[in-house]
Design a binder for this molecule. Structure first.
Ligand SMILES: [Fe+2]
Length: 270
């Protein structure tokens, strides 16, 4: 991919999302939120990529993946008025559908196109499949890391805001009961990213987001998490308890441990 192609994709994205403009400012705000998220994910991905010492070409592939990963959010909201995939469609699939429909990636070679398509397809899965080829695996991991650091920042900001100013499309229709069941904390201590399926309340959703740290792939991403402390900010909006403090220590300990990791063979991409 060359720079002109990357610029074409960036221009195409800016023009294309204008076609989804909403007359109602409330609806437009939901779309603006996704546009802003996209550009922040692009920035996070570029920063993580720089920390990994990626090649120029991998930088461009990562930039296009980040730019289009949530493209499907625009038709999703237009058609269903929600960002909840279970109530509508898988938004990653919608992103690919939209790219196909307008033949956006057609100037790219087959290999690059497939890496971008797969990274978008797997960006919102609980886990990525084993046995992906190394370049696809790299870009899948990179978009997932960049997406998570931004969603954590959005969530921390959202829950720090007073309730009347919060945008209801962000929380996923979960109960407002403040209870976090012990079993949700127990799942966190298993040290794996949790599934949405077992959640009952918004506060349990915050604990789920704390568990995302176990799915982070790269040392530069851990550095961003530590610097921004969005997990700490999110935890501060939960009812204080010994179990919560233990959970936060567990998560922060995990971040510290992985900050000390060194890349194998001098490069993260091998
Ligand atoms: Fe997404």
């Amino acid at each position: 991919m060359n720079d002109e192609q990357l610029q074409f994709f960036q221009n195409w994205f800016r023009h294309h999302i204008l076609t989804f403009r909403e007359p109602d400012p409330l609806h437009q705000r939901s779309l603006d939120m996704k546009e802003e998220h996209t550009f922040r994910v692009c920035a996070a991905s570029a920063r993580i990529g720089a920390g990994l010492g990626l090649s120029e070409n991998d930088h461009r592939i990562a930039a296009v993946t980040a730019l289009f990963h949530d493209l499907g959010r625009f038709p999703q909201y237009q058609k269903y008025r929600t960002f909840r995939d279970p109530d509508s469609e898988n938004h990653a699939k919608l992103s690919l559908w939209e790219l196909n429909r307008y033949h956006v990636l057609q100037t790219l070679g087959v290999a690059e196109r497939q890496i971008i398509r797969r990274a978008i397809f797997f960006h919102n899965r609980l886990r990525i499949p084993e046995h992906l080829d190394p370049p696809t695996l790299l870009h899948c991991r990179l978009i997932r890391d960049a997406d998570k650091v931004d969603i954590l920042q959005i969530m921390a900001g959202h829950f720090q805001m007073e309730e009347s100013r919060r945008n209801p499309v962000i929380t996923l229709g979960l109960g407002t009961d403040t209870l976090v069941r012990d079993e949700v904390f127990r799942l966190l201590f298993e040290g794996r990213a949790m599934s949405y399926a077992k959640l009952k309340t918004t506060n349990e959703f915050k604990v789920l987001q704390m568990s995302w740290v176990f799915d982070i792939n790269f040392q530069p991403t851990f550095a961003i998490l530590k610097e921004r402390n969005d997990i700490g900010k999110l935890a501060a909006t939960l009812p204080d308890s010994p179990l919560l403090r233990k959970a936060l220590d567990f998560v922060n300990g995990y971040i510290e441990k992985h900050l000390k990791d060194q890349p194998k063979n001098g490069s993260w991409t091998e």
